[in-house]
Design a protein around this ligand. Structure first.
Ligand code: COA
Length: 155
């Protein structure tokens, strides 16, 4: 597949379009705002169109985490998500990190596939994370999203 190369840069405007993307990955604006305050937000552009976003957070010494990643719905399944993850891996290396981590729901089948295709390995399960932290029950792919699957990649 011929994949268009995205232009990825630090976010400049925290506008409605950017929030729409961030909220695709996490329905809680409160949590998204906390990530934006603590982390670095990168936006990805396909020509002049905002195509994707990710937020990278330093969590522990030499460890960073992708805490939010999303591709605009109309542009999904074109390889942009993979480009975002690969860019985050490069940024983590530039920051001198030894490990990059990401967490996703037990029901997020495509995300689990994407992250493992990018080299991430399974690390741990935070049982009932989504039950504890979200008011509404979340369902995806006919599965209740209860547990946070933690993945890591040694750099
Ligand atoms: N169906 C099947 N496979 C899918 C898929 C889908 N809907 N979405 C992603 N994948 C898998 C495929 O295995 C694909 O591998 P391939 O290139 O070998 O076919 C791989 O992921 C990469 O797909 P890609 O096109 O790069 O992903 P994307 O641009 O669709 O972005 C997300 C993936 C997860 C960022 C995007 O679906 C999204 O924004 N989802 C909503 C927000 C979200 O869930 N964020 C993550 C929270 S943990």
């Amino acid at each position: 597949m011929n994949v268009q190369k995205l232009t990825i840069q630090k976010a400049k405007n925290y506008d409605h379009a950017l929030y729409e993307l961030l909220l695709l990955a996490d329905p809680s604006k409160e949590i998204v705002d906390e990530y934006l305050e603590r982390g670095e937000c990168y936006t990805a552009w396909a020509d002049d169109e905002l195509a994707g976003v990710y937020v990278l957070l330093k969590t522990r010494p030499q460890t960073v985490e992708i805490v939010n990643i999303a591709v605009k719905e109309s542009l999904q399944k074109k390889g942009f998500g993979k480009q975002l993850v690969q860019d985050a891996i490069e940024k983590a290396k530039e920051l001198g990190a030894n490990t990059i981590e990401i967490g996703t729901g037990n029901s997020s089948i495509h995300q689990l596939s994407l992250y493992q295709k990018c080299g991430f390995r399974l690390q741990a399960i935070d049982h009932d994370f989504f039950v504890r932290h979200y008011d509404e029950d979340i369902f995806e792919n006919g599965i209740q999203c209860r547990d946070m699957v933690r993945l890591y990649l040694d750099l």
